[in-house]
Design a protein. Structure first.
Length: 297
């Protein structure tokens, strides 16, 4: 381990960053250094400007993805190297607020039915039945499923926070059939690359499972684990669950993020009284009779 990597790792550990964030931050700085072929502490504002433009224009990364990389580079230069003036050289790119796409419940059924085997079916059912993030699902342990209290616990989710999620009877039945078939010991979804089954799958497996099932089901939308998460939240809202509860279940920091689902809910849209209904207008037939086409000059 190089001196710089050790310094950055220690700074991350001092602030109790999660293992995933630590790994991602170190990877981003490594990729930044490889791009220029120099040690990262030898690079400055010009390289940062060039690299950020490269990520957006040539790599075609979304602004949200670039924000995560900028956060990692900011941590390296500001927190690790104590170069506080570098903060202004690493602006966060602006991102247009877009409403998330969601699946209908019929499409979710098609997705799960096209899973292909019990492993993938259980994975997709757990993903939709809990609204977990894909990294949270990949690290889920057998001990996190509490059939007595009918909850599933997310341990060290985003931000290092734990939260409890409801366990539906249908999902529990599938999980029991899955456990009798595979008998996982530690992780609920162990990696098949390891004989001892003590290693979890990667979050890429979760993403690939969604993508392949959507292709087999003939769903034209780009189906990702996060899209399934959005769909679960929107369907909760449609069923009458209040926003505060949905916020806690999703693990959102602020209610504003959760409130986006109000724009997607057909139920809430149809409940909005439209003032046009209060206008006193003549009927369509009468308007048609009184309408005269303008004469051509």
């Amino acid at each position: 381990m190089t001196r710089l990597r050790k310094m950055m790792l220690e700074e991350l550990q001092r602030r109790n960053y999660s293992a995933i964030t630590t790994r991602n931050y170190l990877r981003v700085v490594t990729e930044f250094a490889k791009y220029f072929g120099k040690s990262p502490d030898k690079l400055g504002p010009n390289e940062l400007r060039t690299y950020q433009a490269y990520l957006l224009t040539e790599c075609k990364l979304t602004p949200g993805t670039v924000v995560n990389r900028v956060a990692a580079l900011r941590f390296f230069f500001v927190k690790t190297l104590k170069r506080h003036q570098f903060r202004e050289f690493l602006p966060y790119p602006r991102d247009r607020r877009r409403l998330p796409t969601v699946l209908s419940q019929e499409e979710v059924s098609q997705l799960i039915n096209a899973a292909g085997n019990l492993f993938r079916r259980t994975l997709l059912m757990t993903l939709y039945g809990t609204g977990m993030r894909r990294a949270e699902l990949a690290r889920l342990k057998v001990s996190d499923v509490d059939s007595q209290r009918m909850i599933i616990r997310v341990v060290e989710g985003k931000g290092g926070k734990d939260r409890d999620l409801p366990l539906s009877p249908m999902l529990l039945e599938t999980l029991r059939a899955y456990w009798r078939w595979l008998k996982p010991r530690t992780y609920l979804f162990p990696s098949r690359m390891h004989r001892d089954r003590e290693q979890p799958i990667t979050d890429k497996i979760v993403w690939r499972t969604c993508n392949e099932a959507a292709r087999r089901a003939g769903i034209r939308k780009t189906v990702t684990p996060h899209l399934v998460r959005h769909s679960w939240a929107m369907h909760l809202l449609e069923a009458g669950t209040d926003l505060r509860t949905i916020q806690l279940l999703l693990g959102h920091e602020v209610l504003e993020v959760t409130a986006r689902y109000l724009h997607l809910s057909e139920h809430h849209l149809h409940q909005v009284p439209n003032p046009i209904e209060e206008l006193k207008l003549s009927n369509v037939d009468q308007s048609r009779r009184s309408y005269h086409r303008p004469r051509r000059p």
